[in-house]
Structure formats: C-alpha cells, structure tokens
Design a protein around this ligand. Structure first.
Ligand code: NAP
Length: 318
C-alpha cells in the first residue's frame, strides 16, 4: 500500500497483544501507536473504541477478550498460523481475521533445511567439540549424508513446497502427505504412517489446531523407524511430544529437530536430555527481513480493511 493512501486512512485504536521484534514494533508504533491490555483495563471508553487487534501467531486471542471489545472489526496476526485465534467465533461475529502468508516461506524453508543438516551432521556437537579442545584427543563422530535420502513432507502447502523446491539440489527423493493429492511431481501418500514408512527424514509443515493434533503419534514414529529423523517446523501440537520422548528412549527413531513445542516457551523438558535432539525456540520466520515484511503486511491488512472493508490477505472475510 502506498504511503499516500495509508496516511489518509483513519484507523480506530489498535490493541497490541504480545511482543514484536524491535524493527516490527517501531513500524507498528509509527503507524498506529497501539494500545496495550493495561491501557484498556484502565480506560473503558478506550476499550469500547478498539477496532483492531495486532498480534503474532505465538499468542492466544481468547473469546473473553473479543467479547470485551464491542467495536472490534479485525484481528491481524503477524504470522501464517492462526490456530490460537478462535476463527469460528470471529466468523460468527463478523470479525475479519488476516494473516501474513507467503512472505515467510523462504525463512521457514531455510530454517527447515538448516535444522535437517545440523541434525544429520551434528553441528551443535561439532561446535562444542572444537571449543572444548576435545579435537586434540581424536576425531569427531561421523554424521549422516542428506544426499540420497528420502524426505517426506507432511503438509505440502506454501511452506512445504518451498522446502521441497530448496531440497531439489541436495539430490533427495521427495514425497508428501496431505488430505488431498495435488498436481505435483512428488509421490503422495494417503496416510502419514505410509509416508513415514517411506521416509528417512519426515518434516512436519502443516497447520496446527484440533484437526492435526498428534498427527505424528507413536505409530507414525515407529513407521519412521530406527534410522529415521523427524523435523517439526509446523506446530508443537502436531507431534505427540510424550510419544516422541518414548520413541527417543526406545531408540525407535534416530533423532529429531524441533522448532515448535506443545508448550512454549519450552522449559525443563525430557527432550533436553537427548543428544540426538536439536532444539530451536520457534524461529521459523525470525529474520530481520521477514519479520519487517510481516509487520508491514499486518499494518497494510488493517489499513486496507478500514479503507475498503477488505483485508489484503484475509483468513476470514467480513
Ligand atoms: P498452507 O499453505 O495452508 O499449507 C498447509 C498444508 O497442510 C496444505 O498442503 C494442506 O494440504 C495441509 N493440511 C492442512 N490441514 C491438514 C490436515 N488436517 N491434515 C493433513 N494435512 C493438512 O500453510 P503454510 O503457509 O505452508 O503454513 C503451514 C504451517 O507452518 C502454518 O500453519 C504454521 O503452523 C507453520 N509455520 C511455522 C513457523 C515456524 O516459525 N516454525 C512459521 C510459519 C508457519 P491439504 O489441504 O491437502 O490437507
């Protein structure tokens, strides 16, 4: 959206839920000077005028909050996942929900491939090995190659396709599971177990929420097998974390790289005890460039809605 149009549009008070990275925060601040929960708790007239919520996909928007905001027209989340927003309730109330798809595909795909390579080549351990001086005592343990492996992707959507596209030069075979077969050159499996059985590396890249809860369960992990590894950049809820810990204990799988967890931030967890588990703190889209672009689209969604009644990238339209 051009600056010219943007500045002319009158936007009612915007409520910010959650923390944004500094560059995104500055953009939001400059356009909306968003108010906080504390502000609306103190000022009833302000609460009644709030027309928009800006948030990120790591924060819950609960029904009770929406019910407190009689003028709320749009929830704009800076992220593609919307499993923490009560979508059906928003739809019933005629509240628009908008997200920021596509412009984070590259960052999430890059992280997925980074996690995969770091797990297979034990990069965190290799770094510690050199720093600790252990190298002078002997050679570092051998890792596994990515070349020649079968990579199965659960959820061949925008991000899944970007992972697959970026994997092509690594000389791997790719297949996927989703509810429907797409017109793609990759093999499709009708069940996650079948995909896991075929795969050396299984990547979860589907949405979170009740429909995909524990899609990767004990049976899928057993099908992946003792040489197989799991990469989860989807949502923590997609993987049955208890079953994962048990599979790691039983050595039913060879390892896991996880960016997302059932409970975030991850505190003391049995997952931390495994050397063949690589953990990252939900950083799929966390690059300066991507987060700035996401913040700008979040702003544009709100401004576009108040200018024309339509968000640019709605999940729920009015
Ligand atoms: P998308 O384009 O909507 O793709 C989702 C894919 O998942 C589709 O191919 C869909 O295929 C499949 N899917 C949907 N529901 C399913 C179900 N119930 N069972 C099996 N497969 C299902 O979404 P996207 O933009 O690629 O984003 C995918 C997810 O990545 C997001 O929702 C978010 O949870 C996650 N994400 C994580 C990070 C991070 O920081 N780690 C960052 C961004 C996004 P079918 O319709 O054929 O089933």
């Amino acid at each position: 959206m051009s600056d010219h149009i943007d500045k002319k549009v009158n936007v009612p008070p915007v409520l910010r839920i959650g923390e944004f990275p500094a560059n995104a925060h500055a953009l939001l601040q400059a356009r909306f000077a968003p108010v906080s929960l504390a502000d609306i708790d103190e000022d009833d007239a302000l609460r009644e005028r709030v027309g928009a919520i800006v948030t990120r996909s790591n924060y819950d928007i609960d029904i009770a909050l929406i019910e407190r905001l009689p003028s709320l027209k749009i929830i704009a989340t800076s992220g593609v996942g919307f499993d923490r927003i009560p979508i059906e309730f928003a739809r019933e109330r005629g509240i628009v929900v908008a997200n920021t798809p596509d412009l984070l595909n590259a960052a999430v795909a890059e992280l997925s491939i980074g996690l995969m390579l770091a797990l297979l080549r034990q990069l965190p351990q290799a770094d510690r090995f050199v720093r600790s001086g252990a190298w002078s005592q002997g050679a570092f343990a051998l890792g596994s190659s990515l070349a020649g492996k079968r990579v199965g992707i659960i959820g061949m959507g925008r991000i899944g396709k970007e992972i697959a596209r970026r994997l092509a030069p690594f000389d791997v075979d790719i297949a996927y599971y989703g509810r429907s077969k797409q017109a793609l050159s990759y093999e499709w499996f009708a069940h996650p177990n079948e995909l896991a059985r075929w795969s050396d590396i299984l990547i979860a890249a589907c949405p979170g929420g009740s429909e995909t809860r524990h899609l990767v369960d004990a049976a899928v992990l057993d099908a992946l097998g003792a040489k197989g590894v799991l990469v989860n950049i989807a949502r923590g809820s997609v993987v049955d974390e208890k079953a994962l810990v048990q599979a790691l204990e039983r050595k039913a799988i060879a390892g896991a790289a996880l960016d997302v967890f059932e409970c975030e931030p991850l505190g003391a967890s049995p997952l931390c005890a495994f050397d063949n588990v690589l953990l990252s703190p939900h950083i799929g889209s966390a690059t300066h460039e991507t987060r700035l672009a996401m913040a700008q689209l979040t702003i544009d969604n709100i401004v576009s809605f108040f200018a024309s009644g339509k968000a640019i990238t709605p999940v729920v339209s009015a």
